[in-house]
Structures are given as C-alpha cells and as structure tokens.
Design a protein around this ligand. Structure first.
Ligand code: ARG
Length: 559
C-alpha cells in the first residue's frame, strides 16, 4: 500500500489551486505524524505580496488553505504543524483493511510493473586468473540483490558476468602451467615468477599474443584453466546463494572478435584521434589532472585492445543485439571515471540512445578493523572461501544444525554488505555482523523465526485486523510501507533502504510483541494480532529473500 502516493494524490489538486501551479506534495514518513508534507513552506516565499512588500501569507496560513481545499475523505485527517507542515494521519480502519489485504496477498501489495524493462545487470565479474577473494563479495552480493528486486517487480532481467578471462594475467598463468606442468592454483606462483624473472615475464607476454592469435596449444590450456575456474566460481555462487549460473558468463573474451569493428565504427563517426601512436576518443567534459582533455584509449600504441574497448563492445552488444533498456554496472567506485567515459563515448557513437539508461552502481571498499583495506595477516587478499568458512564456524556456536549455521553465517556477511549505503566503505567486523541485536542478518532471521514459531503454535485462525494499541497501529503502518520501499530501491539500487526498512519493521514487531500478548489475547483481538504476525513474517521473509538472505524456520540448536 503506497500511502505516500495516495496522500500525495489528495494533496495535489489543493496545492495546485493554492499555488496556481503544480507543486510537488513532498509527502514523507514522519516521526511527528504518520506522514508529513512540507509543500506549503516554500509557497509562502512565492505567495503574492502587497506592492509595499508587506503582507503575503505565512506558511501556516497557506498550509491551512491547502488542508481546507483538499479532500481526504475515507483516507486521512490533516492538521497544520510547526512552522507550516501538514501532518497527515491515516484512518485506523484504512490501515487495518490494508494489512488484512497484505496478509493474504502473495505479492504483499507490490504489483508487478506496468511496463517491464529489459534490464541487464553486469555484476560479480571476477578476474578468472585469480581465485575469489572478499574483493569480489560486494559486486556479487549487491548485484544479485538488485537482480532479485528487479525480477520480482516483473522486469526482464539479464545477468552478465563480465569475467576477466583475457589479457596479461592469463598469459602469465598459461605460461606457468605449460612450463611447470601444473594447472591448479598457480596464480600466486606465476605472479612471483612474472615479477622476479625477466625471461618468464617476456614469455608470458608472448603467451598473451599467442592466446590472442588463437595458437591451439595456448588456447587449449586457456580453456582448461578457465573451465576449472568457472566451476570454482559457480560453487562459490551456490554457497553464497547467488543466482548467477553458467549461462551468465559473458567474459571479456566473448567480445574479442568485435573490437576491430568497434574501432572502425568510431573511426567512421570521426571520433578517433591518434595520440602517441595510440587511438583515442576524447569525450567532451573530461579533464585529466593537468587540466587537459582526458582520452579513452581504444587501441594501444602496440596495437592491442584494452579494458575500455571491450566495455564499448559489450555495451554496443547489449543495446543493439540484446536490446536492453537499462544497463547496470555493479562495479567499485574507483572505476567511476572509466564508466562515465565509456557511456559518453557510447553516446557519441550512437550506441546509447536517450531511451536507454546506463548506470554505474558504484560501491566502496571493505576495510579491516584498522581502517585499511581488508587483508589477511600475511598482507594477502582474503580468500572468499575462508571468510565464509569462518562465518559459518562462528554461527555454528549458537546453531547446531549445519544448514542453519550456514544460513546464519553467510546471511550475516551478505547483510553486513547490504545494510550500509553502498557508496561508502565499511569495516569488516565479525562481532558486529553476527550480533543478535542491532541492524544485522541474525537479528532479522531471529525475528522471522520467532514469528514462525508463534504462528505454528497458534494453528489455524481467521485473518482480520482491528487496530487497538498504539504498538499495533505502528506495526501495521510499517507493514504498509513495503511497496514504496521496493519501488524506490528498484530505481536507486540503494539496497540499504530495504535493509533499513526490514530492521525497523522487526523493531516495530518487537515493541508490539512486548506490549500486546498474541496467543493469550481475547477472541477477535487474538486473530487480529495473529494477522499482524503473519503479515510481518511474510514481509520479513520476502524482504530478506530479495536481499538474497535465507530465512530458516527456526534458529538455535536445530533440535
Ligand atoms: N573484471 C573487472 C575487475 O575486476 C570488473 C568488470 C566489471 N564490468 C565491466 N563491464 N567492466 O575490475
């Protein structure tokens, strides 16, 4: 139920009549009322003044005018508050009916979008020469939650795992594999050889050329290494509960045969500039540190193509062949200039028409408790599998059942990643993410399980809602806010808003449960409270599912 929208629709004509022009009703949740509109405040500044500059209505008078003109019948009551806010209180019977409906609605009041878009989400995208580290966690977890939300809303979602499966690091590991007859876990050793042995480094570079030229032996080893890595990645995705499959791999190598034509097309359109032997595009508005125009290099001076050219090819493929309406790139914030430039060049080249939205869904880094990049004690990047193992082991202390410990441990890590604004960095803190109180995965899983246990003990009941206690009303109102949260997240990909909503829903439930006995309540009240439990349980369950977090029916020993 989108009360914000319903209230805004009632305010709109009254505001327009008062202001003489359309005004954004700006209805928001508020601690001072159910909802609040600040729309009257700016109107005072623009309201007609007498020729002597005096007079003009104050914001409180304007707010009162708007209220007098608005029709809130059957929905809410309104009053002026403070300097000229409009406080809106939704009628109890309206809230009760809305929750009664939610409790019985598969979709919890969230209708599928009227106009589904084809949305391509580029996420995870690890470098396939290396093994998965915590560095890949954020893109994988944020991207998968975005996919789940968009898909649930009815969009046609395509997952693209833009694997780094080409280039220098592959030359390195292939050369190492051929030389030492070893193909497993060779990245670290190959890296050391590359950094310390000039002759190896030269051969590794030649190996890249052989790979690109299609040399059969090189290609065969490459394919074997890649297959093994993909198998490992898929196992990690499964363990993480991430929906990426083998069909979603679309690595850099997939675009190799399109790079010549990308450059040719840029040339045709007159966008190429030769600079120090390289071919570049200079999209308008980008400046380097020295203030000079910033190039996007599409062909290096040695004739090779790089990351940017591949991204241009992928983008062109996605808009022209795959016909995506929206492109989301879930990639760390350090690549923001790269994507801004790729989008600008694609626009200039006509591959990104105005009807298609391309967005860099940027995120910050994971930090250690010392505030620096999260690393292992030896200073290496931390392997994802080790982090998951530790999370599950820690969760197992309180949860004897291995499946439940896995759900809690993995869920805690994912939730910690999703619950803060993705643009910021966050500190990887075991105790905090596994805590059973606070804005954590375990807290929400626990709230869910507790509700399941109440419903289980209650047995069958006839749903219905009557609002009595303030805690019932607060919980019911919170339940109604799911829809605007989901719609907002589909737009902004601010998954922390969904997490924050679930947390405040669980907190409202907690207060309700403290003040309002459920199973022992009188007939009528009991059913109403059980309906609130049911709707809360289903909303928490769906919300956590959209974040990619499991909801065991019970926690604890599992016995
Ligand atoms: N493999 C890249 C990296 O590790 C991320 C790729 C992101 N996607 C893209 N289309 N560039 O930095």
């Amino acid at each position: 139920m989108n009360f914000e929208a319903l209230l805004a629709a009632r305010l709109q004509p009254a505001l327009a009549a008062t202001a003489g022009t359309p005004v954004d009703p700006a209805v928001r949740r508020s601690p001072h009322a159910d909802y609040q509109s600040g729309a009257a405040l700016p109107l005072a500044r623009t309201s007609a003044k007498a020729p002597n500059g005096k007079g003009g209505k104050g914001p409180r008078d304007i707010a009162a005018d708007v209220i007098a003109k608005a029709d809130f019948v059957g929905l809410a009551t309104a009053e002026v508050s403070g300097p000229g806010f409009i406080n809106l209180t939704v009628q109890d019977d309206v809230i009760a009916a809305a929750v009664r409906e939610l409790a019985g609605d598969e979709r919890l009041g969230v209708a599928p979008v009227a106009k589904p878009q084809r949305v391509l989400v580029d996420y995870s995208a690890p470098n396939a020469a290396k093994e998965l580290t915590v560095g890949h966690l954020r893109s994988t977890v944020i991207g998968d939650a975005a996919v789940r939300v968009l898909e649930w809303l009815g969009h046609d979602v395509m997952r693209a795992n833009h694997l780094g499966d080409w280039g220098t690091s592959f030359g390195m590991i292939i050369e190492y594999a051929i030389r030492f007859g070893q193909e497993h876990d060779v990245y670290r050793a190959a890296r050391i050889a590359f950094d310390t042995d000039d002759e190896f480094r030269e051969s590794a570079r030649r190996r890249v050329v052989l790979l690109q030229a299609g040399d059969p032996e090189t290609r065969a080893v490459w394919r074997r290494l890649l297959d093994r890595t993909k198998t490992d990645f898929l196992a990690a995705y499964e363990r993480l509960g991430v929906t990426l499959t083998a069909a979603d791999f679309a690595g850099e190598s997939a675009y190799q045969d399109q790079l010549d034509s990308v450059v040719a097309e840029l040339d045709d359109k007159g966008l190429l500039v030769a600079s120090d032997g390289a071919l570049c595009v200079f999209p308008a508005g980008f400046r380097g540190r020295d203030g000079g125009p910033l190039p996007l290099i599409v062909r290096k001076s040695d004739g090779g193509y790089g990351y940017a050219t591949t991204d241009l090819a992928a983008l062109r493929h996605r808009t022209t062949e795959l016909r995506a309406d929206r492109l989301l790139y879930v990639v760390g914030a350090p690549q923001s200039t790269h994507f801004a430039m790729v989008f600008a060049v694609a626009q200039d080249a006509g591959w990104l028409p105005g009807t298609v939205r391309a967005e860099h869904v940027a995120f910050g880094s994971i930090l250690g408790e010392d505030g620096r990049m999260f690393r292992s004690r030896s200073g290496d990047s931390v392997k994802l599998a080790e982090v998951l193992d530790e999370a599950v082991a820690r969760a197992a202390v309180r949860n004897g059942d291995p499946a439940i410990a896995a759900a809690v441990g993995v869920g805690a890590i994912k939730y910690a990643d999703l619950s803060g604004d993705r643009r910021g960095n966050y500190v990887f803190d075991w105790d905090r993410m596994l805590a059973q109180i606070g804005n954590t995965g375990p807290y929400l899983q626990y709230a869910y399980a507790r509700i399941q246990s109440i419903l289980h003990r209650a047995g069958d009941f006839a749903p219905g809602v009557v609002i009595g206690e303030p805690a019932e009303r607060a919980l019911a109102l919170e339940l109604c806010a799911f829809e605007p949260v989901i719609t907002g997240v589909a737009e902004s990909l601010d998954l922390h808003r969904l997490a924050g909503y679930l947390y405040s829903l669980a907190a409202s439930f907690s207060t309700f449960y403290e003040h309002c006995p459920v199973l022992k309540a009188a007939a009528g009240v009991r059913e109403s409270r059980l309906t609130l439990c049911l709707a809360t349980g289903r909303t928490l369950g769906k919300g956590l599912d959209l974040l990619g977090i499991q909801t065991p029916q019970r926690l604890g020993s599992g016995s």
